[in-house]
Unconditional design. Structure first.
Length: 552
């Protein structure tokens, strides 16, 4: 796999930022093309209103997010894409087990779509659930500016899901605004390579302050959630409502489960049924140790649910296919892994000029200092020369990247609260240093510990492979990673830190927390040359990806 192709835009001309004269972004549409239908997607810039600001964004068919595609399991779809955007592009159909030629990986499965060019994709939908689409060139820029959309695959079996009266498909995102504009991107290289670009405003279905969602107290509302952010992990809750987790990345869970909140990392999906016990106003919130932000408001009318509907909602169903998978897992749990991946960071920031002895510090914990190189005792990050950190703060510290946190928040980010907890970095703890990191100074890698080099995987259709993912603490910047496998198959999480996964679901992405070891069972179904990568966009652009081969 040619890694350079994913971040090789070396233009010297700045990306355009002026929205003047552009068409105004429109609300997303829903397209239901039917079996063997055709859909057209056009990439082009738009002017998008976000609060008091109007910004230049990129859109599919004039909307952010792009159209919701609703299809039936087992159907096929032709998608004709035209590109009038800022860069050459591709479209990746995230989570779909599809023909390799339509996977949307530049230089591997297709040539990039030139500006003014077009390309045709042929999709098939073997699995029910929520999927999404986005570019795979300078993803840090193009996806952040609005190029993403969703795909809802209805099951062939009408009884596949529990009963629900209303569907709400919801993209969760954030965006970094500075002085009324989207914070600039370098046309030559990815920035924010260390932690990814955290936003300071939150977008729900592309809106900063979405109109209140409505429902009746007697309804079961099914939320189809997807995290489309570059790096932010969302933890979603609705205080006062009853939440039931019924599905994940690729269909239903092994057994329905009542939950207080739902955690989703970039590119992961969750399917959550919600029952509101009484009329009133409910807040859909993102809750983390760093604070609580209101993402959207639910206005619930009507009468409280009847005892019969409440009883139906309280019923927890199981999935027979996943129960059968559970019955056969013991040998896999006991087996040694077929493949092992270590997730590591290599940081090489240039040292600032400084006379006299060098003092080292942690950008995330500035109270930690040392006369010798080493690692922070709190977060294990590589200590940097204090002069380098000071220079970054001087050069990049004019903008407070967290100063404009979403204007509709009930509880804004508490700057005294911990921003790293439970192996997740919830906010950017080193804004200036993060901003200055690029693929030249921050390299993210997948390493085969047996060889010390890049993984060299070769599988066969029909094979099942146990893969161990080790998020190394002894790394220059340990942090979480959402690991994504393209459409060669799908996987089950077997265990996390040796503890057997309690509720199976087919997945294409798994969050690996800092220092965590995750075992997965990869069910290989489709031949071709495929991709695996971290779904923090800036990490992928900084080398955290590799290709693998599946033989027929």
């Amino acid at each position: 796999m040619d890694h350079s192709g994913h971040h090789a835009h070396h233009a010297s001309t700045p990306f355009p930022t002026d929205p003047t004269g552009l068409p105004e972004a429109t609300p997303p549409t829903t397209l239901e093309p039917g079996d063997d239908g055709t859909v057209e997607l056009a990439v082009a810039p738009v002017a998008k209103r976000l609060g008091d600001a109007t910004v230049r964004m990129l859109a599919y068919n004039g909307s952010v997010p792009g159209p919701l595609l609703v299809v039936r399991q087992g159907s096929e779809l032709t998608v004709d894409v035209t590109n009038q955007g800022d860069l050459e592009t591709t479209v990746h159909w995230h989570g779909l087990r599809l023909d390799n030629s339509s996977d949307g990986v530049p230089y591997d499965t297709q040539a990039p779509i030139a500006i003014g060019g077009e390309h045709t994709y042929r999709l098939r939908f073997p699995d029910p659930g929520l999927y999404w689409y986005h570019p795979h060139l300078r993803e840090d820029y193009t996806q952040e500016l609005g190029l993403y959309g969703t795909i809802l695959v209805r099951p062939a079996d009408d009884g596949y899901w529990p009963p629900a009266q209303r569907d709400i498909v919801m993209t969760l995102d954030d965006l970094l605004l500075e002085d009324g504009r989207i914070a600039p991107f370098s046309p030559a290289e990815t920035t924010h390579a260390a932690m990814g670009r955290f936003g300071n405003v939150y977008l729900v279905n592309g809106e900063l302050a979405p109109a209140a969602l409505t429902a009746d107290a007697g309804e079961v509302v099914r939320f189809w959630l997807v995290d489309t952010a570059n790096t932010r992990v969302f933890n979603v809750r609705i205080p006062g409502a009853r939440l039931k987790l019924v599905g994940g990345d690729s269909g239903r869970v092994e057994h329905d489960e009542f939950v207080d909140e739902v955690l989703i990392a970039p590119s992961e999906r969750a399917v959550v049924d919600v029952l509101f016990p009484a009329p009133g106003e409910y807040a859909l919130e993102h809750h983390s140790p760093a604070g609580t932000q209101r993402l959207a408001t639910m206005t619930v009318g009507g009468e409280p649910p009847t005892p019969e509907r409440t009883a139906r909602f309280e019923t927890l169903r199981g999935a027979a296919d996943l129960a059968a998978e559970r019955a056969g897992l013991d040998p896999w749990l006991a087996a040694e892994p077929d493949e092992v991946l270590s997730l590591v960071a290599e940081m090489n920031l240039p040292a600032a000029h400084h006379d006299g002895p060098v003092t080292y510090t942690c950008p995330m914990h500035p109270e930690v200092t040392s006369a010798e190189p080493g690692h922070c005792p709190h977060c294990r990050m590589k200590l940097l020369p204090a002069a380098t950190v000071a220079e970054a703060q001087h050069e990049h510290g004019d903008h407070d990247e967290h100063s404009e946190h979403a204007h509709h928040d009930d509880h804004a980010h508490d700057h005294g609260a911990p921003t790293t907890s439970g192996g997740i970095e919830w906010e950017d703890d080193m804004v200036e240093v993060n901003r200055m990191t690029t693929p030249a100074t921050m390299r993210w890698r997948f390493v085969d510990p047996a060889t010390g080099g890049e993984p060299d995987w070769r599988f066969t259709v029909g094979q099942r492979v146990k893969i161990r993912l080790v998020n190394e603490l002894e790394s220059d910047h340990p942090m979480h990673h959402p690991f994504h496998l393209h459409g060669a198959g799908r996987f089950l999480v077997l265990a996390r830190d040796g503890a057997t996964e309690p509720n199976l679901v087919w997945k294409d992405t798994v969050l690996i927390r800092t220092g965590q070891t995750v075992d997965i069972l990869f069910d290989v179904t489709n031949p071709g040359r495929w991709m695996a990568h971290c779904h923090i966009a800036e990490h992928m652009e900084s080398g955290m990806m590799f290709g693998f081969t599946v033989d027929a």
